[in-house]
Every structure is written in structure tokens, then in C-alpha cells.
Design a protein around this ligand. Sequence first.
Ligand code: P6P
Length: 329
Amino acid sequence: MKKIITLNEFITAKQADFPYAKGELSRILSALRLAAKIVNREVGKAGLLEDIIGAAGTVNIQDEEQQKLDVYADEQFIAAMLAQEEICGIGSEENDDYIAFESEAAKNGSYIVLMDPLDGSSNIDVNVSIGTIFSIYRRVSPVGQLATMDDFLQQVKKQGAAGYVISESSTMLVYSTGKGVNGFTLDPSIGVCVLSHPNMKFPEDGKIYSINEGNYNSFSPAIKKYIEKCKEESYSARYIGSLVADFHRNMIKGGIYLYPATAKNPNGKLRLLYENNPLAFIAEQAGGKASDGKQSILDIEPTELHQRTPLFIGSKKMVEEIEELLNNQ
Ligand code: P6P
């Protein structure tokens, strides 16, 4: 009989892996997981309750139309983080600026969270996978004061933890504190996340490529050359339109996700702090690789809360090949 290890039991056993934590990581991850379950419950009703799907009638700082569930998810995660005394602030794709929590308890918190609350939300109305991407950092500003922008503009490789929650045929939480990657699947019958994918590893190579070929005409020659190579070698084109779902499938099967510079997004579309960084941390912890085409995503010094970079992430050999093409074009 396989031993069931719950997320809380696993975090407790691995407590020493996360610096400074005196149970803090457990509580933060548990709060993120709970908020993700609440959001997932609402998303699950999307096909039934007309009033929670569709556009909210607002546009976020990314100039992207917000879905009602984007706003709902953002509110749920902010509320969940506000309830954690360890958290002093949050940066989110859905909010123009970071939020420094103002209570005395929060100002004494030692951590901040950066997140994309509902990645791929445009897929909700068509029943396709979506997810939440997050990273957790220890603050660099003095405890006892409001969080500052410096707390958010950090490199995750220095001392963070990162992960994602993906909701498709089942709900999974995958995270790393810098000592490997582990995946937990929600068992709805007992309402807890159970260790289902211990020590996840990115296959070193793969035959799946994920890119929006609708942007083909504005791709650089190197990207076009890579796409032609994938076709010549009969790779499988798999692009869901939900980064977290494409990333998760590629980590299990082997593959590469590419979001290069395009005419509409000359710096790439995806955001460094709460999409590229956390997934790059996970990818490299699993033996994969993540690059902006010239350098590891993890080596980029963040300068703005919503800054974008090109993203090439997945099996190490595939990312190295695209870097080679880009550096020799
Ligand atoms: P496009 C969703 O908006 C997202 O941020 C990622 O989840 C997804 O991979 C990408 O953008 C899709 O962008 O331009 O191909 O529709």
C-alpha cells in the first residue's frame, strides 16, 4: 500500500530546505493552496453560472481585457495573503502597483508574494486548463515598515521559493524551494493535496514545441528556422494558450515553450517577475533550462514590476539549441 504524504506533511519534513522558515513556508503555501482551491471551485462553475464567466469590462496594466474570474482570483489570493501574518505585500499581474499590507502584523511580516493569479484565463469559457503561478521571497526592506519596490525586484534564484497550481483533469500544486521539484495532486475525496509527482525532472530533450505560430511573420529568422526544423523532424505542435498548462505538459513529456519578441510585444509578452521567474526556477530545479534567448531568466536583474522578456523554457537541449540559433543569426 503506497504511503500517502500530504502537502503539509511534506513541507514539515522538508522544513530545513527553506531558509529562515519556522513553519512560515508551510502556512504561506497552505494559504496559496486554499485560495487556489476556492478559485478552482468558482472556475469549475464557469459553465453553469453565466455571471462569473466572460470579460469584467476592465483592462489591466498589461492592456489585457480582464476576465471576471481574473478579478475574482486576484481578490481571493490577496485576501488569503492578507490573512497570513508572514506576508507584508503582494505583486500581481492584475494590479498596477504592488500592494504593501498596512496592518502592524503585516508590516512585521518577512515575506512577499508575486503572482499571476489566473494564467490563461481567456481559456475558461472554452474549458481549457488554467493555473496560478507564484513566487515567494524574503523581504529586503526593514521588518516593521511597509514593503517597498525593492522587496519585489529580486532574483528568485537568490532565496526564493516558486510554484504553480494547475487546474485541468485534476488540480495539482507543483513547487520548489531550491531543493528539487515536487508535485501534489488534490484528492477531492479527502480535500488534501497528496504527493503524486516526487522529484520531478524535465526530460533533457523532447519533440514538442509550444509557440503561437500566428505571430510567424514577425518572428526573427532564427525562430522561423527553428520552427521549420521542428516541422522537418515531425515534432508535435502543442500550444494551449495557457503557459502553465503548456509548461506542465512539457515538463512531464519533454518539450519547449517559446514566446519570442513579436511585432505586438517587442520585448516578448510574458512578465518576468510572476510568470518567467517562477517557472524558470522550477524548470532549472528540474534539470531543464529557461532563457530570454541570451541569458538565463534567473540571471536577469529585475527593474520594473511588470517588465516583460522573451521566454524560451523547457528541455535543456531544446533551449540550448534555440539560444545557439539566436546568438548566431
Ligand atoms: P498569445 C495567457 O494570456 C498568457 O499569458 C500565457 O498563459 C499564454 O501562453 C500566452 O499568454 C498566450 O499568448 O499571444 O499566444 O495568445
